[in-house]
Design a protein around this ligand. Structure first.
Ligand code: PLP
Length: 440
């Protein structure tokens, strides 16, 4: 897109998601093209991608292998239904995904996005108990500060007040405590030392509601959208143990942490804790085509196969479940991940990443820094009477300085494509330092 074309663009009709749109439209920040680690503005200025788009472009931008695969597939067959019909790609993709999945999670349901994947996982959890004659297990447990997309299920188990306050939420939901403990875990590197006991909040809710009424608990292994909260040491193991004790399903929402972000294919593998269901999206197609996937333990899938074979087993699905173009993009993406060793690449970058992000600690507005894998957050104190102003100044200042980052409140988050080099990590944090130091 040329600068002239941009200037003649009518900005009114597009109702923008999660955006202060009047503020944006008064001074738009536009991206026009992308390659590797960089976007370019319509004027041609490079913008380093410090957020992998929205935590999704894990293999870097403009991969011709993905574009070619999608083009070939659209020319061969643009669309085919997967309801009572099939085409080869989703079967092939599901088999490939099953091979890289955490042990035993080898049954895969395709969705269109992370939000759909979350709501699908929640529905499967409740229906699974019903299939096994435990229909009283309908209660779902989320976690404060959790983000699970924007469906009614996702906002109900989610724990971010602004995403909930305008909307009705599902009944029979409760939340365990969040794990942000700045007083005892300030400037934590990787998994914080303190807070394992916060997992016991699940036991408290089990005793409050009756464990036999709870279908599932859903958590992000590392909370992303709220500003990168790695789990306290031992926390996920303890959640797993409580779930096992009471027959509660454990759902990991790996929409951000999946596909290499934390140094393994999935966070479940990094932490050595295997959930019963896992929601994924984003990196599955490198962000090139919308797609999500729910991974289920085989026994969960088998519970649906008990009735007569001519009866539909799960009354759930999307027109675009297993869309040919999305499957083609995902298969090409998996090839890139494998060829370039991207799932484990973060292991070799994590030490440099940790040093670089914690190097910002001396900046006067910074009150906390947290990181794990190739995810990191820098939290600034709110300006008196103007919460969020520093975060917004960081977003706009970074963009002007040629860096894309995420800002939530006064916390900035960084999660670049996994192809980033150590030198580029250095450059990125040099820019972040200049930007944050300029904010009063
Ligand atoms: N779950 C988590 C953990 C996420 O981070 C997100 C998006 O950021 C979602 C679900 C929702 O995904 P989508 O925006 O694709 O619906």
């Amino acid at each position: 897109m040329t600068a002239a074309a941009r200037n003649s663009l009518d900005l009114d009709a597009f109702w923008m998601p999660f955006t202060a749109s009047r503020q944006f439209k008064a001074k738009p920040r536009m991206l026009a093209s992308a390659k590797g680690m960089f976007y370019r503005t319509p004027e041609g200025a490079p913008v380093m991608d410090g957020s992998a788009g929205l935590w999704c472009v894990n293999a870097g931008h403009g991969r011709p292998e993905i574009a070619d695969a999608v083009h070939r597939q659209l020319m061969e067959m643009d669309y085919a239904p997967t309801m009572q019909m099939g085409h080869p790609l989703p079967f092939e993709l599901a088999s490939r995904l099953a091979r890289i999945a955490p042990a035993g999670l080898d049954r895969i349901f395709f969705t269109n996005s992370g939000s759909d994947a979350v709501d699908t996982a929640l529905k499967i959890a409740v229906a699974y108990h019903r299939m096994r004659g435990e229909g009283q297990r309908t209660r779902l447990i989320g976690r404060e500060k959790g983000y699970h997309g924007v469906g009614f299920g996702g906002i109900s188990v989610g724990g971010l007040v602004n995403n909930r306050r305008l909307f009705p939420t599902l009944h029979g939901i409760d939340h365990i405590s969040h794990t942000l403990l700045p007083a005892v875990n300030p400037f934590s590197r990787g998994e914080p030392d303190h807070g394992v006991e916060l997992a016991d909040d699940l036991e408290r809710l089990a005793q409050l509601h009756g464990p036999e009424t709870i279908a599932a608990v859903i958590v992000e292994p590392v909370a992303g959208s709220v500003g990168v909260l790695p789990p306290p040491k031992g926390y996920l193991e303890r959640l797993r143990a409580i779930c096992d004790r009471h027959g509660i399903l454990l759902i990991f929402d790996e929409v951000i942490t999946g596909f290499g972000r934390v140094g393994e294919a999935f966070a479940a593998q990094r932490f050595g804790v295997t959930p019963d269901l896992m929601s994924t999206a984003k990196g599955i197609t490198n962000g090139a085509v919308p797609m999500g996937a729910v991974f289920a333990r085989r026994a969960i899938h088998e519970a649906f196969l008990q009735g007569p074979p001519e009866v539909i087993e799960l009354f759930h699905g999307f027109t675009y479940s297993g869309h040919p173009a999305a499957c083609a993009a995902a298969l090409a993406t998996l090839d890139i991940f494998a060829r370039e060793g991207l799932f484990t690449r973060v292991q070799s970058l994590e030490a440099a990443w940790t040093e670089a992000i914690h190097g910002l600690r001396d900046i006067k507005t910074v009150v906390d820094i947290r990181n794990l894998g190739l995810m990191g957050a820098v939290e600034m104190a709110p300006r008196d009477g103007a919460p969020g102003a520093r975060g917004y100044a960081a977003l706009t200042g970074a963009f002007e300085a040629g860096l894309l980052l995420r800002a939530t409140g006064d916390t900035i988050a960084l999660s670049p494509p996994l192809i980033i080099t150590e030198d580029q990590i250095g450059e990125m944090f040099a820019t972040v330092r200049r930007v944050l130091e300029a904010i009063d």
